[in-house]
Design a protein around this ligand. Structure first.
Ligand SMILES: O=c1[nH]cnc2c1ncn2[C@@H]1O[C@H](CO)[C@@H](O)[C@H]1O
Length: 322
């Protein structure tokens, strides 16, 4: 009777306050082994995402984990980047003036690293995608077999039958590169999408932040500091007394899938017009008379419900267990 093999995960990330929290929770989760971070634009530009990823690993004393830098532009290279510094602060980490990291990224690009890791561990790597899906689309272009060789792709993205957070139609990660997102959703990979319809149910309250601040624990105290800016944004923009845990919820969906429930169908992404970035799910139980743009496309999973209290409890425990 051997030990249960840890799930190998790569986090594609644009840190980002809630990214930082997801990365720390991953590093504190015994069920998984983080084998790399890849970076992307979104909450910050890619160069700063790389710097922040290195910084977070140095803070966690996990410089053994490689960071591969991802794309600086969208898949079609033409989309103007929309950077959410108003959510996370100009430095992406709540304007804390952290020192520059000492280490640097590996020489391999993020898409090349993703392809290599999928080849080294076929079917065994879970990719947790917390930003726009450009690197993953590039990995699919680099190696048409990538979508079959990657184990699962757990995506924070989309807003399924609810409003987006960029505009009524679009969620930020999908809006960041809609063409890449449509490629990933229709690639045939085992994709699980966790959208705003789920993550907006998971609220870390003001009281939870106080608990982190007073914990005397390294990760809890760090998070309570960088969360200040993210809390202000939520108070002002959403009028909620807390913050949404988009990235940690998605990470925990990879760690413990039973925290959520799912449905299956085809997801397409609107790439033009006023609804650019909209994610539209076709429930495969419903058949249409005519062929549609959803017909004969691969099935993906979409999260429907979440045990929000359990997610918050687990996040809090793991940020305070050392
Ligand atoms: O209002 C917003 N506009 C843009 N990005 C946001 C907003 N709120 C949160 N995020 C960021 O985008 C991802 C979820 O869509 C998360 O990474 C979150 O940090």
């Amino acid at each position: 009777m051997g030990m249960v093999e840890k799930k190998k995960i790569i986090i594609d990330t644009d840190p980002g306050v809630d990214d930082a929290m997801a990365i720390f929770v991953a590093l504190r989760s015994p069920e998984v082994e983080v084998i790399g971070l890849t970076t992307i634009f979104g909450n910050v530009y890619t160069t700063l995402a790389t710097r922040n990823a290195l910084h977070l690993l140095e803070f966690a004393e996990r410089t053994d984990i490689p960071v591969a830098e991802g794309s600086h532009v969208t898949i079609n290279k033409t989309t103007k980047l929309r950077i959410a510094d108003f959510v996370h602060g100009a430095d992406g980490l709540g304007n804390q003036n952290f020192p520059s990291p000492k280490g640097r990224q590996i020489d391999q690009s993020a898409p090349a690293f993703l392809v290599e890791q999928a080849n080294l561990n076929p079917g065994k790597v879970t990719l947790v995608a917390l930003g726009p899906l450009t690197n993953i689309a590039l990995a699919i272009q680099l190696d048409p077999e990538f979508s079959k060789k990657i184990g699962q792709i757990v995506v924070l993205g989309g807003a399924f039958l609810v409003n987006g957070n960029v505009n009524p139609a679009a969620e930020a990660n999908i809006f960041g590169d809609p063409e890449a997102a449509d490629m990933v959703f229709t690639s045939g990979a085992d994709v699980l999408a966790v959208g705003l319809n789920v993550t907006h149910q998971v609220l870390l309250t003001d009281a939870d932040r106080d608990t982190l601040a007073q914990s005397g624990r390294k990760f809890g105290q760090y998070m309570s500091k960088i969360l200040g800016f993210y809390y202000s944004y939520h108070h002002d923009s959403y009028g909620v007394q807390g913050v949404y845990l988009h990235d940690p919820t998605t990470l925990l969906a990879a760690v413990n899938p039973s925290l959520l429930t799912y449905t299956e169908g085809v997801v397409r992404v609107q790439t033009t017009g006023i609804m650019r970035g909209l994610t539209m799910f076709h429930n495969s139980n419903r058949r249409f008379e005519e062929l549609t743009e959803w017909s004969n496309k691969p099935i993906v999973k979409v999260a429907v419900t979440v045990d929000a209290a359990a997610v918050v409890k687990l996040v809090m425990e793991r940020l305070m267990n050392s």
